[in-house]
Structures are given as structure tokens and as C-alpha cells.
Design a protein around this ligand. Structure first.
Ligand SMILES: NC(=O)c1ccc[n+]([C@@H]2O[C@H](COP(=O)([O-])OP(=O)(O)OC[C@H]3O[C@@H](n4cnc5c(N)ncnc54)[C@H](OP(=O)(O)O)[C@@H]3O)[C@@H](O)[C@H]2O)c1
Length: 320
């Protein structure tokens, strides 16, 4: 391979997992304030397969596109003006989102301050599994809901990539945590810090959740968990609707009940990633990886993700 090219998984046209193809493409170069990072692992997220299919962030992309926002790797080169990172530093990030970041590739460039030093206690696969999901959980619980110790927080889809991190972050903030998941996930979620678990396939959460202060809804209107959550939220409490924003139906139901609502769209945040790395290294946050795929099997990773049954995260190994 020439030093001017790299391997990347590209999307030439939107469609099914089969549109993901491995190609040699031009290697990016860092502008002033940017770093060039040799990617060791890339995280896979639902927005990747939604965008590949022409939904998600597809409207903000141009084809051909290199998918992927989550990366962990090693700084190869720094652009002019970068003083906080140097070649050889191990870093992780969710750069550029929602603009294309090109994470499913051997190299990425992005503004240096969108990166943070990767948690030193985990490998690149774990670090790559963290940024988008952990930043989403952090920005929903901390920046949007301002969760306080003693509050009761309900997390829908607690076993997923965002959910299992949200359970742990809410617990770390001192909240009482209730999570919905199939029963086979319950023991694991309790180990991670859930106080109560609800098997959504057997029980209506409204019947057993009690009253909560904050709902982190990761279902996005599926099974109307967002609108149904209003019934369990105390007046003045907050429903954060993560995947699809706040629908008119949710806004109406919430207004009638005196409940607040908010959308959230994850943003790059190197400083929050430094805090998150600290939690990981302190043993307060653990990322679960269901499976690591080689880069050239990204299509298989998408097929697995699209089953909507993944426990924790899926990751691509880029360095081998
Ligand atoms: N707005 C944003 O910035 C933002 C950021 C990140 C993610 N998102 C969106 O948020 C959603 C969740 O993301 P993710 O990465 O956590 O997804 P994910 O990891 O793919 O979620 C899979 C999990 O969903 C659970 N699940 C499926 N059906 C369920 C149900 N009816 N009730 C409860 N849990 C159920 C499954 O658990 P069981 O095996 O227990 O069924 C599985 O573990 C996606 O739609 C994603 O696009 C939005």
C-alpha cells in the first residue's frame, strides 16, 4: 500500500449491507489544528446502518461516503498549532458528527480537541465502542436532564449500546435506575448498577415502573415508549427522546401532564470524553462488546446490528 492511500469501507450508493465495500482511497492529511490518527478500531452504531440505508444522517453526506464516527487509535501526525497532542498518543473520539468522519478506515483527520486520550485500562476495541454511545448517555443525563443524586431514572432499551452506559452513568450520578430489557439481560444490568429491571416483553412498564423523574427513551417511538412514558413521569419531570426527537404526540401528552420533553443529538466533545475515560479507568464505567469484526466484514456487523438484539456494542478491528 502506498503511503498516500489507505483501506476504507465505502458506500457508493445507499442500500443494504451489501453496498459496503472495502477500497483503497486517498489518505487524509491534517489541516492546521487537526490531527491525523491511525485507526486501530472503529465502533459501529445504529446511525451507521441507518445512514447506509439512506436514512439517519444520509441527507448530510455525499457519495461515495466512508461511514463510521467512533474511532480509537494513535496520533500519527499533528497539524500546525496543535499543542495538546503529539505523535504516538493513544486517543479516541467521535469526530465531526453529524458531518462525515470516515471512521471505517485506516486513518482519520479531525480537530484535535474533538479527541481525548483513550482510557488506559482498556484496549482500542473497548475505547472505540465508547464515544458515540457514552457521549449520548452523558449529554442526555448530565447536560440535558441534569440528573441529581436520589432521582429515579428510567432507561428504555437498557441492554443496548447507549442503554448499558446510561444505566451506569445514571447510577454514578447517584440516581435510582430502572431499565427495560429482556429477562436474559437482567442479571447483567443489575451488575452494572440497575436497581430494577423490567422485562418489556412480558410486562407493560407503566404497570411496574412507579413514578420517575427522568426517562431516557432509546426506542424512538417504537412501541410508543416515548408517549407511554409520560404516564410514569412526575409533573415537572423530563422525557428525553433520544432517537427521533420529540413527536407531536409526545409533546401533546407531555403538555397535558405537565411533563417536560427534550430531544438530544449527540455532539463531539473531547472534554466529556476525558471525563468518561476517567470513569472507565476508575472502574465506574464498563463497556460491553458483543462482537468484534474485521474491517472487511463491516456488512456482517451491520446485519448483526440491524437485528436490534445486540447486548452492548459491535466494533470493527481496523489495525490487522
Ligand atoms: N439522538 C442521538 O444523538 C442518538 C445517539 C445514539 C443513538 N441514538 C439512537 O438511539 C437508539 C438506541 O441506540 P443504541 O446504540 O443503544 O442501539 P442498540 O445498541 O442497537 O440497541 C439494541 C438494544 O435494544 C434493545 N431493545 C430492542 N427492542 C426493545 C424494546 N421493545 N424495549 C426495550 N429494549 C429493546 C435490545 O435489548 P433486548 O435484547 O433486551 O431486547 C438491544 O440490546 C437507536 O435508534 C439510535 O439510532 C440516537
Amino acid at each position: 500500500m502506498s503511503e498516500h492511500t489507505m483501506r476504507a469501507v465505502t458506500v457508493g450508493e445507499f442500500g443494504g449491507p451489501e453496498v459496503l465495500t472495502v477500497e483503497q482511497v486517498a489518505r487524509p492529511a491534517p489541516l492546521p489544528t487537526e490531527v491525523l490518527v491511525r485507526v486501530h478500531a472503529a465502533g459501529v452504531n445504529p446511525v451507521d446502518w441507518k445512514t447506509r440505508a439512506g436514512q439517519g444522517m444520509a441527507g448530510l453526506q455525499t457519495l461515495p461516503l466512508i461511514l463510521g464516527w467512533d474511532v480509537s487509535g494513535v496520533v500519527e501526525e499533528v497539524g500546525f498549532g496543535v499543542t495538546t497532542l503529539a505523535p504516538g498518543d493513544e486517543v479516541y473520539a467521535m469526530p465531526w458528527f453529524p458531518r462525515p468522519a470516515g471512521g471505517y478506515a485506516e486513518y482519520v483527520t479531525a480537530p484535535s480537541r474533538q479527541f481525548a486520550r483513550k482510557p488506559s485500562s482498556v484496549g482500542h476495541a473497548e475505547a472505540a465502542a465508547l464515544p458515540l454511545a457514552a457521549l449520548t448517555a452523558w449529554q442526555a443525563l448530565v447536560d440535558t436532564a441534569h440528573v441529581q443524586a436520589g432521582q429515579r431514572v428510567l432507561v428504555h432499551a437498557g441492554a443496548g449500546g447507549v442503554g448499558h452506559l446510561a444505566v451506569q452513568i445514571a447510577r454514578h450520578l447517584g440516581a435510582e435506575v430502572v431499565a427495560t430489557a429482556r429477562e436474559s439481560r437482567h442479571a447483567w444490568l443489575k451488575e452494572l448498577g440497575a436497581d430494577e429491571t423490567i422485562d418489556y416483553s412480558r410486562q407493560r412498564f407503566e404497570d411496574v415502573a412507579g413514578e420517575v423523574d427522568v426517562v431516557i427513551d432509546l426506542m424512538g417511538g417504537q412501541e410508543a415508549t416515548d408517549v407511554r412514558s409520560v404516564a410514569v413521569t412526575r409533573p415537572g419531570g423530563l422525557v428525553v427522546s433520544v432517537p427521533g426527537g420529540v413527536s407531536a404526540e409526545l409533546a401533546d401528552a407531555a403538555a397535558r401532564a405537565g411533563v417536560r420533553t427534550s430531544p438530544v443529538l449527540v455532539e463531539p466533545d473531547g472534554a466529556a470524553l476525558t471525563t468518561i475515560a476517567g470513569l472507565v479507568d476508575a472502574g465506574a464505567l464498563r463497556v460491553e462488546i458483543e462482537r468484534v469484526f474485521p474491517l472487511d466484514r463491516a456488512a456482517e456487523a451491520h446485519r448483526q446490528g440491524e437485528t436490534n438484539r445486540t447486548r452492548g456494542k459491535l466494533v470493527l478491528n481496523v489495525s490487522e
